[in-house]
Design a protein around this ligand. Structure first.
Ligand SMILES: [Fe+2]
Ligand SMILES: [Fe+2]
Length: 417
């Protein structure tokens, strides 16, 4: 009976989020900027990137930034800087995307910025640059958003923000929308995130649903225009594979979908990852991508990820691997040894989901904890040698928690509360 109810719920949620849209319905843009999204750069202590959208009659746009002030008159002194603007034409959608990278910022400093043109300005958003290695770090992680974005995920991102408004970054493990080529789904994402996207820098990694099956399995045409992510990854996967160093942690995004589809992009990411892990001055490392190294469902194994990337995670003792795709929850470290035929060198593997699409939960030998049919978000803090991980349900209840303790020259120690 329970399974029947769940199957019905899944079908219902799928129907809510997918059917009714058989074509690309524009989410109309106006002269005022919308979809204002802040992204990390390679070094968010001194630079941050912002991207926004307008209707296609606004072909140039301006970005302004200044140190935050409570004196409204002080904003008159902000310097206007011309954005990079690109016409975006796709199916029946015609808009402009604009972007600007704020550079030469001071670490750990509160700024305010706005974007737009005369009579069509955004609000002044307050943002804070990253601090230095050793400063306490916090970040939010979301598994697949993908379905029920407006209806059921809006509350999840708000709940995460309410618990951690000081987050240095928000990470997305792909399948951020269900159909990457559909404008209205991206519109729902920006509806749900609203000012949170404009004030906490995003680390976005693409999933298979950001690849348009009807358009030759290419990365969504929206991805690169509407995000401005570090271009320090390999050719062919720029702004999907990249790294960003924040307060002593190296965050690395891999493009697992293209690693599956294009052998050259698998090889280039492998070599690049080896290099960025070898030359990593940070104490901590977190890698994010879509297709899990260890899966939840038996028929969803991703051997190209495990065989090619796990040896590097082991070699360089990566601390945390954040993944999605399986629409249930699992994490594991201590049971991986022996249970899978693969040794583990202290890396914690996490799979989660945050939107409304749910697959069957499963129990496998590698998992220390598992669950399903629960919308979740994760809040992580790093303070000195301790990483504290907490997973919360959409209703704000603690669902899972552990700590990783860094031990010089040895595997991380796992402490489960
Ligand atoms: Fe997926
Ligand atoms: Fe998914």
């Amino acid at each position: 009976m329970k399974a029947t109810v769940r199957n019905f719920t899944f079908l219902l949620l799928t129907a809510i989020s997918v059917t009714g849209y058989t074509q690309n319905i524009p989410f109309p843009a106006g002269p005022d900027p919308d979809r204002i999204v802040l992204n990390v750069t390679e070094d968010p202590s001194t630079s941050l990137a912002v991207t926004w959208r307008t209707c296609d009659t606004i072909s140039t746009s301006i970005a302004e930034i200044m140190e935050a002030s409570s004196d409204p008159m002080a904003t008159l002194k902000a310097v206007k800087q011309v954005a990079h603007s690109e016409k975006f034409q796709y199916d029946n959608i015609s808009v402009f995307y604009h972007s600007y990278i704020f550079k030469n910022l001071k670490p750990k400093t509160r700024y305010m910025y706005r974007v737009g043109t005369e009579n069509h300005w955004s609000e002044w958003f307050h943002i804070t640059t990253a601090g230095l290695p050793g400063d306490k770090l916090s970040f939010i992680y979301f598994g697949d958003v993908q379905a029920g974005i407006k209806s059921l995920w809006s509350g999840v991102i708000r709940a995460a923000y309410a618990k951690m408004p000081e987050a240095n970054a928000i990470m997305y493990a792909g399948d951020i929308v269900n159909r990457g080529e559909f404008d209205h789904e991206w519109g729902e994402l920006f509806y749900a995130g609203n000012f949170i996207h404009s004030t906490i820098p995003g680390i976005m990694s693409p999933g298979n649903h950001e690849y348009a099956k009807t358009k030759g399995d290419k990365l969504s045409a929206f991805w690169r225009p509407q995000f401005t992510l570090p271009e320090n990854g390999p050719e062919g996967v720029k702004e999907t594979a990249y790294f960003s160093d924040i307060q002593g942690m190296r965050f690395i995004s891999l493009n697992s979908n293209q690693a599956e589809e294009v052998p050259a992009d698998l090889e280039s990411q492998k070599q690049w990852l080896d290099s960025v892990l070898q030359h990593n001055p940070n104490k901590w490392t977190c890698v994010i991508f879509h297709h899990p190294i260890y899966s939840i469902a038996p028929q969803r194994d991703n051997p190209w990820m495990r065989d090619n990337f796990k040896p590097l995670f082991d070699k360089y003792k990566v601390d945390l691997v954040m993944q999605g795709h399986d629409h249930a929850y699992a994490r594991g470290m201590k049971k991986i040894d022996g249970a899978t035929g693969h040794e583990n060198s202290g890396t914690m593997y996490v799979i989660s989901m945050s939107g409304a699409k749910m697959y069957k939960e499963n129990q496998k030998p590698w998992m220390d904890k598992n669950g399903g049919h629960t919308q979740l978000f994760q809040l992580i803090t790093v303070d000195g040698n301790t990483l504290s991980y907490k997973s919360y349900t959409a209703t704000g209840d603690l669902f899972d928690t552990f700590k990783l303790i860094k031990q010089k020259g040895k595997k991380n120690k796992l402490v489960e509360d």
